[in-house]
Design a protein around this ligand. Structure first.
Ligand code: ZN
Length: 350
């Protein structure tokens, strides 16, 4: 089968012919239809320090996908050939304390599809039945392809109640934009999102942000009076991984405010602990998706009208993988989707 492979330690990827995987006991073989490119894939492509420490070549990349089940291994009970599925890319042990308690997103032995084991940038991928999410209602294939990052957005956006609250999101990458859409859908009074990219701020407005603020041009405090806010934001969602963004967010929270942090800083971050203590702020780290409460929430939010499709801005065939990665790296994009059923698409941008 064709697959996008890190063939050796070092930068670059190769579209190669590799042996297709087979469905073992409890596993499902999936014909991949479409995949999304994640920041993780860019790190592995460019072979930064994290990738060099984490990834062993050869490796098929990719963990955001939608596909059709073509074969089930022995013992698979509830998933069947023909099912349209996305997959949870965190493979858990099922035996540690948190797994046994049903908190599989907190497994101590999580390994990553397309990071530690062959992934979905290929014509076929294999997953345990327990990692497969079956789409039981009609769904746009591009949207289904990005359920993994959509799940990050839903997990973060629904970490704290947002009904009637003023929400601040720092970082208008695809997950930040989707979180803005989710928070608005869930009844937030206002959703303010910050970034320094005019392209992404425009896209965040299309996704339903009340205000999109370029923090290289203006300050968060300046937009609060126009929203009739005087006491600060009630809920914060940190999506940038930048120290200054989290510090700025903490400075603009109302007393008792709650912050969910998905952005992953590369180093230590100095925080105003006195502000956190005296204003009784809550900070919560968010990683991945709750298995499978977040997946349930994603499906039902789409069924009752949430539209995240504007976040998908570029589509390519699998032979155009270099262009697709370049588009994802440019920052002038939302989500970039690769179609594994067609080698080329006429136009990259939609
Ligand atoms: Zn576990």
């Amino acid at each position: 089968m064709r697959a996008l492979v890190k063939t050796a330690a070092g930068p670059g990827l190769e579209l190669a012919d590799v042996t297709a995987p087979q469905a073992g006991t409890g596993q499902v073989l999936i014909r991949v239809l479409r995949t999304g490119i994640c920041g993780t894939d860019l790190h592995i492509d460019s072979w930064d320090d994290w990738a060099a420490r984490t990834v062993r070549a050869p490796l098929v990349l990719g963990h955001e996908f939608v596909g059709e089940v073509v074969e089930t291994g022995p013992g698979v009970q509830d998933v069947k050939a023909g099912d349209l599925v996305s997959g949870e890319g965190h493979l858990v042990c099922g035996k540690c304390r948190n797994c046994m308690a049903g908190r599989r997103h907190l497994c101590i032995r999580t390994i990553g599809l397309g990071v530690h084991t062959d992934g979905a940038f290929a014509e076929y991928v294999v997953l345990p039945e327990s990692n497969v999410w079956v789409h039981r209602h009609p769904i746009d294939l591009d949207v289904a392809a990005i359920f993994d990052p959509f799940g990050n957005a839903v997990h973060t956006a629904l970490s704290f109640p947002v009904l009637g609250e003023d929400v601040l999101i720092t970082g208008a990458g695809p997950i930040g934009m989707m979180a803005a859409a989710v928070a608005g859908h869930a009844g937030a009074r206002s959703v303010v999102i910050t970034d320094v990219s005019p392209y992404r701020l425009d896209l965040a407005r299309k996704m339903g942000a009340t205000l999109a603020v370029d923090v290289s041009q203006g300050a968060i405090a300046d937009v609060m009076p126009g929203l009739r806010m005087s006491e600060g934001f009630d809920v914060g969602m940190e999506m940038s991984g930048r120290a200054d963004a989290l510090q700025d967010m903490i400075a603009h929270m109302s007393p008792g405010g709650r912050i969910a942090i998905l952005g992953l800083p590369t180093g230590e971050v100095a925080l105003d602990m006195a502000a956190i203590v005296t204003r009784m702020l809550t900070l919560r780290g968010i990683y991945g998706r709750e298995m499978y409460e977040t997946w349930y929430a994603m499906s039902v939010l789409l069924q009752n009208g949430l539209d995240i499709s504007p976040v998908i801005t570029h589509r390519f065939g699998y032979e155009q993988h270099a262009e697709a990665f370049a588009a994802a790296r440019s920052g002038r994009c939302g989500k970039v989707v690769i179609d594994w059923t067609r080698p080329t698409l006429a136009a990259g941008a939609s």
